[in-house]
Design a protein around this ligand. Structure first.
Ligand SMILES: NC(=O)c1ccc[n+]([C@@H]2O[C@H](COP(=O)([O-])OP(=O)(O)OC[C@H]3O[C@@H](n4cnc5c(N)ncnc54)[C@H](OP(=O)(O)O)[C@@H]3O)[C@@H](O)[C@H]2O)c1
Length: 270
């Protein structure tokens, strides 16, 4: 009997898989399913079982991670339901954006469900994962925390909507930040740096800045920013242009668009 199934072995499942084996030290209790066996070889190489049968993966497991795209989840769960799998014996942990408890409970005929919203830095143990518990026991809560602790920071939320918010500002935001860093690298190259030099400068700047944010808990981010900004200086001029081009407004629209897409999914999959 495998104990943990991943339905879908894509990017996010892979991050959580790595987080679990980092803390537990073994992966032979894990089974991963997906339509293309060759894409699951990376899990087999780490001693997990792989299969093209979602049903087999679920039958052999007590904990099931749902890791498919929102558009795939209904058909995946309907197929499992038609096989009369008893989900009340199993803890289901869904990482799928835009699928509310109500939709999951209806498709699974069980409310033993946890919704999580992780992000890809979880692969390094530096992620942030929002957790919202359905109607689960204290043991299930402890098990969820235990399984996910290798991913980085875990934050429990009572309100289901918080999962959508963390989806935008935690799940999607690494892509927004990558884009910001890509733009800085592109400008550095335009100004004469080699790609390698630019990448080195920008990655260390990002690491150092994030570390400052974490280290200086007694200071607001605005104070940290002001410490880099002398009036009339070079940073000051750069920040003025960010204001002229309405940076905050652009970020507000960016987060709003991400949230809107989640709400569209919720309407599609209710
Ligand atoms: N990526 C993130 O940063 C992030 C953050 C938070 C939450 N999420 C959520 O995580 C989920 C997965 O996202 P992802 O980025 O990991 O996507 P992904 O890399 O595309 O992974 C989706 C996986 O599902 C597999 N799949 C497709 N049809 C299937 C089926 N019928 N049965 C079983 N597996 C099937 C795909 O296999 P093939 O490739 O072989 O088709 C693929 O491995 C999404 O619901 C998303 O909302 C993602």
């Amino acid at each position: 009997m495998s104990k943990i199934a991943f339905i879908g072995g894509g990017n996010m499942s892979s991050c959580i898989f790595d987080g679990i084996i980092k803390t537990r030290g073994f992966s032979d209790e894990i089974i991963v399913s997906g339509p293309h066996l060759e894409k699951l070889e990376k899990f087999a190489a780490k001693k997990a079982t792989i299969t093209t049968s979602n049903l087999e993966a679920c039958q052999k497991s007590e904990v099931i991670f749902l890791g498919v795209k929102p558009q795939m989840l209904t058909s995946v769960l309907e197929e499992l339901a038609s096989a009369k799998l008893d989900f009340s014996n199993r803890l289901v942990i869904s990482m799928v954006a835009g699928f509310r408890f109500s939709a999951l409970e209806r498709l699974l005929s069980s409310s033993r469900i946890v919704r999580i919203m992780p992000n890809t830095p979880s692969k390094l143990g530096l992620g942030v994962t929002g957790i919202c518990f359905g109607n689960v026991s204290e043991d299930d809560k402890t098990l969820t925390h235990d399984l996910l602790k290798g991913l980085g920071t875990l934050i429990d939320f009572k309100e289901e909507e918080s999962i959508n918010v963390i989806g935008a500002v935690g799940g999607s935001a690494p892509a927004f930040l990558y884009r910001f860093l890509e733009a800085l690298i592109a400008e550095s190259v335009k100004l004469g740096m080699s790609e390698d030099q630019a990448r080195k400068v920008i990655e260390q700047m990002a690491l150092g800045t994030a570390s400052m944010v974490i280290a200086c808990q007694d200071q607001k981010l605005s104070e940290l920013r002001e410490a880099v900004t002398s009036k009339g200086g070079t940073t000051f001029e750069g920040l003025k242009v960010m204001s002229e081009y309405k940076f905050e407004e652009m970020m507000a629209k960016t987060i709003e668009a991400s949230m809107n897409r989640t709400h569209e999914f919720e309407r599609m999959f209710k």
